[in-house]
Design a protein around this ligand. Structure first.
Ligand SMILES: [Zn+2]
Length: 189
């Protein structure tokens, strides 16, 4: 269901008043409507469907070598503070006859990132969807992100990067596979 933009505008106007602002002043006049549209966009992942995102872009390929897609940009919002976190996501998988079109992995990441999230859960959801949709033998996902809720509110935390990973199937069972993945994405396990 699409969010009710008019209702969000009303709420944002009230929020501005509560914060001690005057929503009628020139610079803020259009702010509630801009914020409503912006929030609708930043949460469009709630309304995306997996079938549409993947859209049959799975190709038959007879390979059992690891496929790695590095540096997929991630922009999401933490569910605790509704502030952005952003960074990069690396996905590796060992196909079992089917591989994704390259842009699809990025679109799948976006589908889950454009919601209120926890980085840990986002990482897991990505690994599960890659595993389930491709029937891969194993999947590894690693995400490095900076959280504005830490950077803007804390002190001495401005440069901290949070790293999360999720491994499934052969990536979980075999140390060598996991290490190959971590080496290829540039981190040592
Ligand atoms: Zn937060």
């Amino acid at each position: 269901m699409e969010p009710n933009l008019a209702k969000i505008e009303t709420l944002v106007r009230q929020l501005l008043v509560e914060l001690g602002e005057d929503p009628e002043r020139e610079g803020l006049k259009a702010t509630p409507s801009r914020v409503a549209k912006s929030l609708a966009f930043l949460t469009h992942g709630y309304r995306a469907s997996l079938e549409q995102v993947i859209n049959k872009a799975l190709f038959t390929q007879d390979t059992s070598s690891m496929v790695i897609v590095k540096d997929i940009e991630v922009y999401s919002m933490c569910e605790h503070h509704m502030l952005p976190f952003f960074g990069r996501c690396h996905i590796g998988y060992i196909p079992d006859g089917k591989v994704f079109g390259v842009s699809k992995l990025a679109r799948m990441v976006d589908m889950f990132a454009r919601r209120l999230q926890l980085q840990e859960r986002l990482t897991e959801q990505i690994s599960e969807v890659v595993m389930n949709e491709s029937g891969a033998k194993g999947v590894g996902v690693m995400m490095e992100a900076r959280h504005l809720c830490m950077m803007m509110r804390g002190v001495e935390k401005q440069n901290s990067v949070m790293i999360t990973s999720s491994v499934l199937g052969s990536f979980r069972e075999h140390l060598a596979t996991r290490e190959e993945f971590l080496t290829l994405v540039g981190r040592r396990g």
